[in-house]
Ligand binder design. Structure first.
Ligand code: SF4
Ligand code: SF4
Length: 363
């Protein structure tokens, strides 16, 4: 089905009338981020992005399109696995008795508009981690059960994207409730779930035409032409057989161990726990917060930091993401979003790091 660009506000209104808080793309601090949205005026209409290793910028053009850009630093992950989440609180009464109270988040219906194929693939990996193990994470579960996804197929991958080579994009196959493809005069729209169908029924739609489908096919063909790709050798096997390769040290001479790559990565799920005591000394709050395998504390065990060198931390990140992840989740932990390349302050490119192993072998 097709709906006209000037009906996009109707989609937001419909979602709101069904109780959803709409989260959508908007420009903040020079980047496209996802936050609460009420009007299509907040969308980055007519903006495009320029992304290369270590650099991100936006520019305005004469296009009337709302979603003609590749992903910014985040999309779905912070709304399901919060950067900082209150887990429990403890308090001591006048008799010295300490009580612990868990603090589960209030269920809130959320509709994320504009999510891309790579992010939905990443969410499916996080679903495996948080929901499909022996212990289900109740915090992630509450957010996930109340989520509706309105995905948008990618039209202009960034220079740093490589989702086509990981098989995770640029078009959405499943995992979203509604999928949009933005054309010149409006959107192709498909519902993939029952909640998606209910939203669709409330919109003013027209039948799609052969011309609409041709435009969509051409957008897809262009979006599949990505500059970067993963190397074709058996990455898992190669990485695990190269644990002592000098490449790790070479990368470490550049890497700042800042953890930016892990913060922007939509599949990374490592966290640490922190207690924040009140000044009266009688109560405290326990938080879960994102951590990074690049931090000192992440490998601290019994008085020793196991991965004290940057080379060891980068090796841990790459070998987990592209090798041992297969044993845990049946696939690699990379969906090709390219964020770790764009947002690395020194422009370390994960696809180049992997290709270096082959080039070194050839001499
Ligand atoms: S490793 Fe890099 S390219 Fe792959 S999913 Fe994470 S941030 Fe995206
Ligand atoms: S690879 Fe880049 S983003 Fe990641 S820790 Fe090193 S310097 Fe930071």
């Amino acid at each position: 089905m097709f709906f006209r660009t000037d009906h996009l506000q109707q989609l937001l209104n419909t979602l709101s009338s069904k109780g959803y808080c709409c989260i959508g793309p908007q420009i903040r601090d020079g980047a496209i981020i996802y936050d609460e949205i009420h009007s299509t005026d907040q969308l980055p209409q007519g903006f495009s992005d320029q992304q290369v290793p270590g650099s991100y910028s936006l520019s305005q053009n004469s296009s009337l399109k709302f979603f003609d850009w590749a992903n910014g630093p985040q999309a779905i992950k912070p709304h399901l696995f919060a950067a900082r989440e209150k887990i429990w609180q403890s308090a001591q009464d006048a008799d010295g008795k300490i009580t612990f109270n868990t603090t589960e988040p209030e269920p809130r219906l959320i509709a994320i508009i504009g999510a891309r194929a790579c992010d939905i693939a990443a969410m499916k990996i996080q679903d495996q981690h948080f929901l499909e193990q022996e212990f289900v994470d109740p915090y992630y579960k509450i957010h996930r059960e109340n989520l509706l996804l309105v995905a948008v197929n990618c039209s202009h991958p960034a220079d740093t994207c490589f989702c086509y080579s990981t098989g995770d994009g640029p078009f959405v196959e499943d995992g979203a409730d509604l999928v949009l493809t933005e054309l010149d005069q409006g959107f192709l729209i498909d519902a993939h779930t029952e909640p998606g169908n209910k939203i669709l029924e409330a919109l003013t739609l027209e039948n799609d035409t052969a011309e609409h489908l041709e435009q969509a096919a051409s957008i897809k063909t262009n979006a599949c032409k990505q500059k970067r790709s993963l190397p074709e050798f058996d990455i898992k096997k190669r990485l695990l057989s190269e644990l002592k390769n000098g490449i790790w040290h070479d990368i470490a001479t550049k890497c700042l161990s800042c953890g930016n790559c892990t913060s922007v990565c939509p599949t990374c799920f490592c966290h640490s726990e922190a207690d924040v005591p009140e000044l009266d000394g009688k109560s405290s709050t326990h938080y879960r917060q994102w951590d990074s395998c690049f931090s000192q504390g992440h490998s601290y065990i019994h008085g020793i930091t196991i991965r004290s060198e940057t080379s060891q931390r980068y090796r841990q990140w790459l070998t987990h993401k592209f090798a041992s992840w297969h044993e845990q989740y049946g696939r690699s932990g990379c969906v090709g979003c390219g964020r770790c390349i764009t947002w690395c302050p020194v422009g370390i490119d994960v696809t180049e790091s992997l290709k270096n192993f082959e080039e070194r072998r050839r001499g």
